[in-house]
Design a protein around this ligand. Sequence first.
Ligand code: TNX
Length: 494
Amino acid sequence: MPHRRLAALMTASALATSCAPSSPDSDGPALVPVPASLRVTEGSFTLASDARIGVRSAEGAPVAEELARLLRRSTGYALPVVREPAEITLEVSGDQELGREGYTLDVTPGGVRLAAGTAEGVFRGVQTLRQLLPAAIESPAPQPGPWTIGGVSIEDRPRFSYRGVMLDVARHFFTVEQVKRYIDLAASYKVNVLHLHLTDDQGWRIEIRSWPELAGDDSYTQDDYREIVRYAAERFVTVVPEIDTPGHTNAALAAYAELNCDGVAREPYEGTEVGFSSLCVDKEVTYRFLDDVVREVAALTPGPYLNLGGDEAHSTDPEDYEKFVARAQQIVDTHGKRLMGWAEITSGSVAQHWNPREPDRARAAVARGAKLVMSPADHAYLDMKYTDSTEYGLDWAGLVEVSDSYEWDPATVVEGVGEQDILGVEAPLWTETLATSDALEFMAYPRLPGIAEIGWSPAAARSWEGYRARLAAHGPRWSARSVTFYRSPEIPWK
Ligand code: TNX
C-alpha cells in the first residue's frame, strides 16, 4: 500500500501538518451534511471479513443490528453483533454533552469508534459512517471491496432540532412501501421529521373510523399509518400528520354533504387549482368533525405536533378564519398535541414559512410567540422545476437549480427573523405533477440533501463550492440504491 509506506516515511513535522485542523467543507471525505468539526488523521481502517460490530448497551443494539444488516448486503461478511468492543464499536454513553443527536466518530487503523449520548445520536453517526465507506457499500448485493476508510476524527451535532421533509400524498397517493423508501433515503441525510400532507381537495388519505366516507380506495388504513410511524421511529424520524383546514377540504366536502354551509355535497376534484374550498365555520358539525379527526389522528401519532394546515383559505372570510383557528387550537390542545400550520395560521406553536412573497406572515407568527420552520418556496420547494425544460414540477416560485436550493440561510431569509426564532427547516414535495417514486426522487435528489445540510451544519462550515464537490460523490451512492436523480450540470458528478 503506497499510502502506508508513505506514512511510515513521514517526518514528525509532516505528520503534524497532516493532522492540523482542516476545513470539513472542502478537505477530507465527501460528507453531507458536512460535520460541525472534522479532522483528517493518519492511516486508515479496512473492514475485514471477520470484523464484528460491538455494542455494550441494550439501547444501542437495534442501531448496531441495522448497521450490520446494511453492511452485510454489500460486503457479504457475517459481521456479528457482539456485546463488547470490536472493530466497529458503537457506544451509547448517556452523556448529554453533544445533545440528543450529537456524536463523535473516530476512525483509526485499529478500528471505528462511534459514540453518542443516545441511540439517536449513534444512528445519526451511522449515516456519517456509511458515507465514509466506498459508494459500493450502498449496493443491495455483494461487491468486491476493499472496504477502506481514511483516518478521521469527527465531532458533530445539529444546528436545528427540526430537519424535515414533507410529502404530499393527497394530490397523488403513495403506498406505504413508497413512503418507507422516501424515509430511508432522507434519513441518510439526517432528516428527522416526515410531515405527511394527508388531505387536500383531491383526496383524503387516512382512515377516520368515525367518518368512514372520508378515505377512498387510495388511502392509508390506520394500521398502514401506524406502520409508517413505526418505520420512521426506527430511523429516529418523527411523523407530523397534516389535516389541511379550513381550505383545501374539497375531498371532505364531497364525502359529507353536512359539512357544507349549503348542505350540498361537492363534486370530487382532480384539478390543480387551490383556494376554492372551505369548511363551514358557523356550523357546529364542523367542530364535531374536527374533534373526531384530531382525536383519531392524535391517538395514532406519538410525535408532539398535529398540523392543521391553514394555508390558502381564500374562500374563508378572514374573521371566520380566525374563529375557526381559535376553535381548532382548543381541539388540538384537548387531544394533547401542539398545533402546527402554514404561515397563514393565526395560532399554534409552530408556523411554516413558505411563500417568499409573504414574509409578513412569518414575522407575525414570531410576534405572537410561535417558532418557525423555514421552507421558502424559491429555495426549499422540491416540486419547483430545476430549469424550464424539467419534465415535472411547477414554477410559480421560480426555477430552483441545485445552487438556488442550497445558497440561502434560514436565519437571514426573512428580515427580522433570526436564529432564535427558528425551529428548523423543511423541504416540501407537492405532488400535483408527480405520480411515481422515480418522479419523487428526481425532484428530491439532489436538492433534498442540501436542505438537510442547511438544517444540520453550522452556517460557517458550508459553502457552495465545497458542497458541489462533496455532492458529486453522492451520485454513485444514489446509483447503487437505484435512485433516479437529476444530473444537474452545476455538479461535477463522479
Ligand atoms: C402552494 S405551499 C401550496 C400547495 C401547492 C403548492 C405547489 C402551500 C402551503 N400551499 O397547495 O401544492 O403551492 O407548489
